[in-house]
Design a protein around this ligand. Structure first.
Ligand SMILES: [Zn+2]
Length: 254
């Protein structure tokens, strides 16, 4: 046998060859995903669903700290070197902590596999066995999961980069988008800022929701996101995700 590739992996490679590349920035929320929505390329969404399944099976919550990132944004005080083909730049990676009940497992705990609870071990074992997913602990980054697209398909990575980066820019800088297509508002890093955020805050404050500020400041921070979720809950909107899309905007009277 010359080819010792697993059948699943081979199938995935064939699928990649048959279907043309689809690249589009999407937001993902899963039953086990908490803290903030994931920003991801449409082709990474099925893998996020898989991660969600593995987390559900093991009774864990994925506490998202970072996903798609704009080029050159400081992370913990350091600028990401642009030369590095990070999967975060194309929306094919997440950074996370793991939460069980009220206990949050951060990089410190996650880096010591043998000391982890068996459910977290089972979760990462499932990730390791998956034909595409890849856990960062294997290159000493235990909070990171990606699909190795940068390593396996560097040309696809290069094609996706400008598309995802321009969509990220469109999300965080309202002026770049058409005025008549309101953007989706949600908690991200850096925080979304603009008059559209301010309008949402003014409506929430007028209805008595606590935003931790007395006057709208136009910054979509955690308190604003939580107030949106409470508003959605009160209005029986679905989903309750703390994000402002068409339905929530309409319910707010905007
Ligand atoms: Zn990462």
């Amino acid at each position: 046998m010359i080819f010792k590739r697993s059948p699943i992996k081979k199938q995935y490679l064939i699928i990649r060859r048959i279907f043309p590349m689809a690249t589009e920035l999407k937001t993902f929320t899963g039953s086990q995903f908490i803290n903030k929505p994931v920003l991801a390329d449409i082709e990474f969404i099925p893998h996020l669903e898989k991660i969600n399944d593995f987390a559900a099976t093991n009774g864990l919550e994925i506490y998202v700290t970072s996903s798609a990132r704009p080029w050159g944004v400081p992370v913990a005080g350091a600028i990401i070197p642009p030369a590095r083909m990070s999967n975060h730049l194309i929306g094919h990676a997440i950074d996370m902590n793991i939460q069980i009940g009220r206990k949050l497992y951060t990089s410190h705990e996650l880096g010591d596999f043998n000391s982890l609870p068996s459910t977290i071990q089972a979760f990462f074992t499932a990730i390791r066995k998956h034909p595409v997913l890849h856990w960062g602990e294997d290159f000493s980054d235990p909070v990171h999961i990606d699909d190795r697209l940068n390593k396996n398909y560097p040309n696809t990575w290069k094609q996706k980069l400008p598309i995802i980066q321009s969509e990220l820019t469109g999300l965080t800088q309202p002026g770049i988008r058409a005025v008549n297509s309101p953007r989706l508002l949600f908690l991200t890093t850096p925080l979304m800022e603009g008059n559209d955020v301010k309008a949402v805050q003014e409506k929430l404050i007028a209805q008595g929701f606590d935003l931790g500020i007395t006057r709208a400041d136009g910054l979509f921070g955690p308190a604003t996101s939580q107030a949106v979720a409470k508003f959605q809950d009160r209005e029986d909107l679905d989903p309750i995700d703390g994000m402002v899309g068409d339905k929530t905007r309409q319910a707010l009277g905007l």
